[in-house]
Write a protein that binds this ligand. Structure first.
Ligand code: GCU
Length: 380
């Protein structure tokens, strides 16, 4: 496939990307309805089977919510803060995701919302000592009329390789070993957790339920993309520097490789993914198709110039190669197939992109651009 001729890339690497429009059976997808009915479910299945693994359940029957704390007029009077326990049971054990929800006092309802998958430590989202940080700049978010929600990944599954005993794996997985090659890894578990948070956000009448973005940085960005791909309630998925097995194409990787990620983080993906350690060319998918699973919803990819490990070039090219799927819907994906200069965001299309100067991090600059994008496109 060649959706573009102007991007600078090595043709031998990228010509072999799986074609969004040809099913495994060789059928050509010619319409948006065929994409949604045939190709989308097939792609979700391929990502489950070969990369992220299969969650054993969707919404648990035991799911319930309890508001633990409420603080009105917090953050110098501008915010209302709630902490909500999202509870569920399985095999006799209970799980609990503690959700932080911060809403602007001055807002007109319904309020659009960013859900941050927090991987910076649970203490950073404790309602008692909540403050604005670059990673979650609450004051800026509220001042711009948005609500912020955040949960910590450790509530869903601690980020360590303990043989899948702790977290939701311990709660929901059948106890018999060995685990199948497509059993869910930790990234899939966190994505499942973000969907359980959405189960709660949908019940809050103050929020604009059709304007909720799921957002994450790095491993959190990989999670945001996999969550958004599966859960169509999210209007937008935002990947900040998610890199390998996030927004970056695996074929032709110039940063982290599949082998490196599987060896350093053996719990993140399903064990079948290791088959591709040195053979990304054998994968039946690549990450442009993960982005394309957001269509006709929106997706935003942010890269940082000095973050070579996350492979800005391949993050951008995944956006380029996802764009033809948006075109099938009659929508513009990326507005330009030329990699932009730093601080020249591409915001016109259904795929947003920016390249920030500097290192691997989630910064106020990134947040401001995400909100510029949603200001422009969300009718709130
Ligand atoms: C490591 C890992 C990356 C990941 C990053 C992060 O660098 O190799 O894949 O994105 O951690 O989560 O910060």
């Amino acid at each position: 496939m060649s959706p573009m001729s102007s991007a600078h890339h090595n043709n031998t690497d990228y010509n072999d990307l799986p074609n969004p429009f040809i099913t495994l059976a060789g059928e050509h997808i010619l319409s948006a309805s065929d994409w949604l009915e045939k190709r989308r479910p097939e792609l979700l299945e391929l990502f489950r089977k070969h990369i992220y693994g299969r969650a054993p359940l969707d919404k648990p029957g035991s799911l319930r919510f309890s508001i633990q704390k409420e603080m009105r007029g917090a953050l110098g009077g501008i915010a209302d803060i709630q902490q909500i326990n999202i509870l569920f049971d399985g095999r006799g054990e209970r799980g609990c995701i503690q959700l932080l929800l911060v809403t602007p006092r001055a807002a007109l309802h319904p309020i659009p919302c960013f859900l941050l998958i927090n991987n910076r430590g649970k203490e950073s989202i404790e309602p008692g000592d909540i403050r604005s940080t670059p990673f979650l700049p609450l004051e800026r978010i509220l001042a711009r009329g948005y609500a912020a929600a955040a949960f910590d990944v450790a509530d869903v599954d601690p980020d360590e390789h303990d043989g899948f005993h702790n977290g939701v794996h311990g709660i929901f997985d059948p106890p018999d070993l060995p685990r199948p090659p497509d059993a869910w890894g930790t990234i899939a578990a966190w994505a499942w957790g973000a969907s359980r948070v959405m189960d709660y956000l949908e019940t809050d009448p103050r929020l604009a339920h059709d304007c909720i973005a799921v957002l994450g940085h790095s491993r959190g960005g990989k999670t945001a993309l996999w969550c958004g791909a599966q859960d169509e309630r999210f209007a937008l998925a935002i990947s900040n520097e998610s890199g390998c097995t996030g927004a970056a194409l695996a074929r032709g990787a110039t940063g982290e490789t599949i082998r490196q990620i599987n060896e350093a983080f053996p719990h993140w993906f399903c064990s079948a993914y290791r088959r591709y350690n040195d053979r990304p060319d054998l994968l039946p998918v690549d990450q442009h198709l993960l982005l394309a699973l957001m269509a006709p919803r929106r997706v935003y990819v942010a890269s940082a110039q000095a973050d070579a490990w996350a492979d800005p070039k391949n993050e951008f090219l995944a956006c380029v190669y996802a764009s033809p799927v948006y075109r099938l819907f009659g929508l513009q994906g990326l507005e330009s197939y030329e990699m932009p200069a730093v601080h020249q965001p591409l915001h016109a299309g259904y795929i947003g992109y920016h390249l920030r100067a500097g290192e691997h991090d989630l910064t106020v600059y990134d947040w401001e651009r995400f909100m510029d994008y949603t200001d422009r496109h969300w009718n709130v």
